[in-house]
Design a protein around this ligand. Structure first.
Ligand SMILES: [Zn+2]
Length: 116
């Protein structure tokens, strides 16, 4: 199976399949492809009715900066997971909603610390 990279249009091989283990909103399987030319991993096809995977209660809106910082702290495990594989350079986080995992109001960061 192959799909066109949304960034550079290169035909890309399937990289992995995944289910919604976090929210368990659906039992569907989603296919992700990895572009050999530019390196991005992308979902294909993107569901036309993607809204059904994001119900109204999907994101809680923190009432204060303190609440936002507390929520971000709960997301710290994601930083630790990323730092296992990305020990230097800069990271771009896409789609953190209201709970930033790579940075927070008290700890703006998108650069992992070098591991020694
Ligand atoms: Zn590409």
């Amino acid at each position: 199976m192959r799909a066109a990279c949304p960034r550079c249009r290169q035909q890309s091989p399937m990289h992995l399949s995944a289910k919604d283990w976090n929210r368990r909103i659906t039992d569907e399987t989603f296919d992700y492809y990895r572009c050999a030319a530019c390196g991005i991993v992308f979902l294909s096809p993107v569901p036309r009715d993607i809204g059904k995977y994001y119900p109204t209660a999907y994101y809680g809106i923190p009432a204060s900066i303190a609440d936002l910082v507390a929520v971000a702290e709960l997301e710290r495990y994601k930083i630790e997971l990323v730092q296992r594989y990305a020990t230097r350079g800069r990271l771009l986080e896409i789609g953190p909603a209201t709970a930033p995992s790579l940075g927070s109001p008290s700890r703006p960061a998108s650069t992992p610390s070098p591991s020694k």
